[in-house]
Design a protein around this ligand. Structure first.
Ligand code: PLP
Length: 225
């Protein structure tokens, strides 16, 4: 896949790869939602994606997401917030986001506890580095209980980023096991947000329901603004 390929071609190629991988592992491609992560790209690229039929887009920084969502409000897109979130910004994210994938600590749950129910994913930290986003796996149940007690949050499932130093399939098997623990507490919260440009096939094999794919579709990101 060359970076100069037009957006439509990259989107079609990735969509075909996702469908083929799903069928290979006995899954229905219709059970998988692809979120196109558009961080650092201009709103004009998001508009092009919408014209190509994309409905779900992901962003990881509040200010950028807020500005793009406002500029593109006419498109009726679903904005997924996938980045680390400061508690003091949390309430503002509610104003444009359809889902937050990065619920990772009690203070963030508390900041989002009030309001219309917002789709939420508890982010797992699969590394030993507490500085990475996500809740440590041994803290999962208490955080899930807190989300379930918050009227403003509707728990959908778990989210994770595979560590760079681990085979992705292994990492996503750990995510699947964590998802089973969450479903023991909340049977409807079986969604798994996992899989990016380089590892989505492994994520699909381990049950991912929401892929977050950036550069394989958008091309290389512009430098961090
Ligand atoms: C940027 C980002 C992605 C997409 O990454 P690609 O490698 O470009 O597909 C997915 N998830 C999160 C949380 C991200 O920040």
């Amino acid at each position: 896949m060359s970076d100069g390929a037009p957006l439509a071609e990259r989107l079609a190629t990735v969509s075909e790869q996702i469908a083929a991988t799903a069928r290979d592992v006995g899954r229905d491609p219709a059970d998988i939602t692809t979120i196109v992560v558009t961080k650092f790209h201009p709103a004009s690229l998001v508009r092009e994606l919408a014209e190509l039929g994309v409905r779900d887009v992901g962003e990881n920084r509040h200010q950028e997401a807020q500005a793009k969502a406002a500029e593109l409000a006419d498109l009726g897109l679903r904005w997924h917030f996938v980045g680390q979130l400061q508690s003091k910004k949390a309430r503002q994210v509610r104003q444009y986001a359809s889902a937050i994938h990065s619920i990772d600590r009690p203070a963030l749950v508390d900041a989002l506890a009030e309001g219309e129910p917002l789709d939420s994913f508890v982010q797992l930290n699969l590394t030993d580095d507490p500085g990475r986003g996500g809740v440590a796996l041994d803290q999962l149940e208490p955080l899930v209980e807190r989300v379930l007690a918050a009227p403003g949050l509707r728990l959908r499932g778990v989210m994770a980023v595979a560590p760079l130093d681990e085979e992705p399939r292994r990492a996503f098997a750990r995510v699947k096991a964590a998802s089973d623990r969450v479903r023991a507490l909340a049977p409807d919260a079986g969604a798994i947000s996992a899989g990016m440009s380089l590892d989505f096939a492994a994520a699909i094999a381990e049950g991912a329901t929401h892929l977050r794919i950036g550069s394989a579709i958008t091309g290389n990101r512009p430098l961090h603004p």
